[in-house]
Structure formats: structure tokens, C-alpha cells
Design a protein around this ligand. Structure first.
Ligand SMILES: [Zn+2]
Length: 161
């Protein structure tokens, strides 16, 4: 595995059946981590069709981590009825740190889906809005979210060493 892509589901605080097929790990509103249908290793080779499709144009070697939240978010500062919760966000940072350690992935290779789309504009991931807004940290701007997440993961990674 060579990277982690962090998403939100644009759903409620609970993963649904479709979410479980598309992400390897899902963090619910209470911060509990759910395993999806596919293992990260299923994404080492996507040519067999047996993999978690979470990042168009970037699924190979990519672990998909999703925060279950943000249904109703339209891009405005109002986060809808299911804003990402603080406990959920911390659980996501911790999970990503554990995955970086387990799979020997550099924190620099953790990206939001939004960032991946910006860096790969010819893929279907272009213009994805997960994650441009962190409700627990409303002053963090869209273009700062990825760096903010990586810094938090680094903090958790230090604690794991
Ligand atoms: Zn996404």
C-alpha cells in the first residue's frame, strides 16, 4: 500500500451498505471504526475488479478511510445535519496514524480526496469536495485541510513510536 485517501461519506453518522463496499475503514459519529467489505490488500491490484472503489483514478495501492458524516453539506460553511464530530475526527487521525505505521506509509502520502482530485484533474476524482471543511475547526480553509490532517496524524504517529 502506498497511500491513504481520506474521505467523508456525505451520509449520516452510520455507515450504510454502499459505504461499506467503497471504503476499507469507516469512522462513525461516535468514533468507532468499522471495517469495510474489502481489505486494503485487495487494492494492491484492482485489475481483477475485487477492490474498494473509493478514489476514481487512484484506487491502486490506496487505502480508503471515510468519515461517516456530512449529509446535506452543499459547500457552504453550514455543515448540514451531520457535521463531522470532534471525537470522530480524532478517531480518524489516530486510525490513519496506525495505518501509516502498519503499512509503512509516509504521512506525506496521506491525501484528502479533494487534494487527489486537484492533483489529478483528468480523473473522476476532480472537483470532489471531501474534505474541504472541518466543522470542529471552522477557521481551517479548504486548501489547508489536508496539511492540517497530516499534522494531526504526525502527532498521533509520535505517540505510537
Ligand atoms: Zn471521496
Amino acid at each position: 500500500m502506498n497511500k491513504i485517501i481520506v474521505h467523508w461519506t456525505a451520509g449520516t453518522y452510520t455507515p450504510n451498505a454502499v459505504d461499506l463496499e467503497h471504503y476499507h475503514f469507516l469512522v462513525d459519529g461516535d468514533g468507532n471504526v468499522h471495517r469495510g467489505k474489502y481489505k486494503p490488500e485487495d487494492n494492491e491490484d484492482c485489475t481483477d475488479g475485487y477492490y474498494a472503489a473509493h478514489t476514481g483514478g487512484g484506487n491502486t495501492g490506496a487505502i480508503g478511510v471515510a468519515i461517516c458524516a456530512m449529509a446535506g453539506f452543499t459547500g457552504s460553511i453550514k455543515a448540514g445535519a451531520y457535521p463531522i464530530t470532534p471525537v470522530q475526527l480524532e478517531a480518524c487521525f489516530k486510525l490513519c496514524a496506525e495505518l501509516c505505521k502498519k503499512y509503512n506509509i509516509q504521512v506525506e502520502n496521506v491525501w484528502t480526496h479533494y487534494e487527489f482530485g486537484k492533483n489529478h484533474p483528468s480523473t473522476t476524482s476532480a472537483r470532489k469536495i471531501d474534505i474541504i471543511h472541518l466543522p470542529p475547526y471552522p477557521t481551517v480553509k479548504s486548501n489547508e485541510v489536508g496539511g492540517f490532517i497530516r499534522n494531526k496524524i504526525k502527532w498521533y504517529l509520535q505517540k505510537l513510536k
